[in-house]
Design a protein around this ligand. Structure first.
Ligand SMILES: *Cc1c(COP(=O)(O)O)cnc(C)c1O
Length: 482
């Protein structure tokens, strides 16, 4: 792993370095780099290996589509879908149960007593969340869901004028983000057709060139009110250079925000230092807080009501509720506005303890593991997946084109814990065969499979099993008459 760090400055050396790591390991063990023994060696050396035990990791036997004729049902599943829904920490039901019991035994007293006093339970997950996004605690709040938080932030930040009313996004942004932006534009009386600008990939490519993003900002910046990009793109797993995008946007007078759904808990983030204006995320993907988990929101300090007041500016306009108001005056019920200055001033409702408890359980694990170790393992784990795929199903087959192509960037610094694969044939049938054998990953019809090993609970052996099963499935399907 040290080897990986030292070569990180140079992209080519690093990529070669990763492959070399696996080849060298294989050579010193006197076996092929495709041998499952390599996965066991890597697992053995993995400083995070103990964290798998902190999660409920599914067995094949408990998954719905698994067919006992194709695999041993007592084996662990091959769960490579943490980009869609993370697994449940062992402590989650304990923490949730604690709040239910408090409710049963003390009723309304739970608001100000117990492990998570409900009235400000959200504040118990702020520090850890702020660490993950590289923010000051007062720049973060947890509430509602991602799409709603994006609307709340755009309500404050999207103040279009005739000259400057466009929103810049990446090509094929996540549908919800697209609908959010389009509806905000319509709300202000503009036409999304002309008001949404997208940066598109070059001919034959799926990922974006950094230069194309920055050039678009330079060329069209004066028309753009807001730039809303993802950090790690959900479809390609491309990690964008958020700092450069922010700086380029600010140079043109644009507001710059990020959707961190696939980014938080997956890569290093420094939102405050990068001077990002706003960001929002969900917590059920890499953050393992469970379906419908509570969302998060980042508001840079420079936009806080008290900072703006120093410059003679009024607070950002927003939708308010009683939780946007100072604790001290909230319960006077006199309807006099007393807005909280920071991100808390964007809260609306009283917080949901049954959603905060799972997030707390998960964030404790992130704090223990630390993003440095998580990112280091992520690069090695994704690199190992890439190495095995390239050595098998992505390879040339006696002159005929490979069965599978990876379209996620090959530079580990430009991607998250995911490889996106295109198949030459429709992927539905392939995925069905994978499911029968206990593999869980994510299908995007017609031809794309997204495979995401999560560093906290996935092992190198999971990755090896996945590639072996994929190879078996592709061979079986090729041999069977269609
Ligand atoms: C997962 C995801 C969402 C989901 O939004 P919710 O409000 O949590 O339903 C939105 N945007 C992106 C980019 C995502 O990846």
């Amino acid at each position: 792993m040290e080897h990986v760090n030292k070569t990180e400055n140079n992209k080519d050396t690093f990529i070669k370095g990763l492959s070399c790591t696996f080849e060298l390991l294989a050579k010193s063990a006197g076996i092929s780099s495709k041998d499952p023994q390599i996965a066991r060696i890597l697992d053995d050396k993995d400083p995070l290996k103990g964290f798998r035990q902190r999660f409920f990791y599914p067995k094949k036997s408990t998954l719905p589509e698994v067919d006992g004729a194709t695999c041993n049902q007592e084996d662990d599943a091959v769960y490579l879908c943490g980009n869609s829904l993370g697994l449940m920490p062992i402590s989650t039901p304990v923490y949730v149960q604690r709040e239910l019991e408090k409710w049963a035994k003390t009723g309304v007293h739970g608001h100000f007593n117990g492990h998570l006093p409900w009235a400000h339970c959200d504040e118990y997950v702020v520090d850890s969340s702020a660490r993950l996004v590289g923010a000051l605690p007062e720049e973060v709040c947890l509430q509602s869901g991602l799409s709603v938080n994006l609307h709340l932030l755009l309500t404050a930040f999207y103040r279009p004028t005739k000259e400057r009313h466009k929103i810049l996004m990446e090509h094929r942004a996540f549908p919800s983000d697209h609908y959010i932006v389009a509806s905000q534009i319509k709300l202000h009386g503009y036409d999304p057709e002309s008001a949404i600008i997208t940066v598109t990939p070059r001919e034959g490519k799926e990922c974006l060139e950094k230069d194309d993003i920055l050039q678009t900002i330079v060329k069209r910046g004066q028309e753009i009110a807001v730039i809303l990009f993802s950090g790690v793109q959900y479809y390609t797993a491309q990690l964008f250079d958020m700092e450069s995008i922010t700086t380029a946007g600010h140079d043109q007078g644009c507001i710059v925000g990020f959707d961190l759904a696939h980014t938080i808990g997956n890569t290093h983030l420094h939102l405050h230092d990068w001077n990002v204006d706003f960001a929002a995320w969900c917590s059920y993907k890499y953050l393992n807080s469970g379906a419908g988990g509570i969302g998060g929101l980042f508001l840079h300090k420079k936009w806080h009501a008290d900072e703006m007041k120093k410059q003679g500016l009024s607070p950002l306009p927003r939708f308010e509720g009683w939780w946007s108001h100072k604790h001290e005056t909230r319960f006077r019920m006199n309807n006099e506005s007393d807005l909280l200055p920071g991100a808390y001033g964007f809260r609306i409702n009283n917080p949901p303890p049954l959603l905060v408890a799972p997030l707390l359980a998960s964030l404790e694990i992130f704090d223990e593991a630390g993003m440095d170790r998580i990112v280091e393992k992520q690069r090695l784990l994704t690199g190992y997946l890439e190495h095995l795929l390239n050595a098998t199903v992505c390879g040339n087959r006696n002159g005929s084109p490979p069965l599978v192509t990876i379209f996620t960037p090959d530079d580990p610094k430009e991607r998250g814990s995911q490889l996106s694969l295109t198949f030459r044939t429709p992927v539905r049938k392939i995925n069905h065969e994978l499911e029968r054998r206990g593999v869980v990953c994510d299908v995007r019809e017609p031809c794309v499979l997204r495979v995401a090993p999560a560093p906290l609970y996935n092992s190198f052996t999971d990755v090896h099993r996945f590639t072996a099963i994929l190879q078996e499935v592709l061979t079986a399907l090729e041999d069977s008459p269609s």
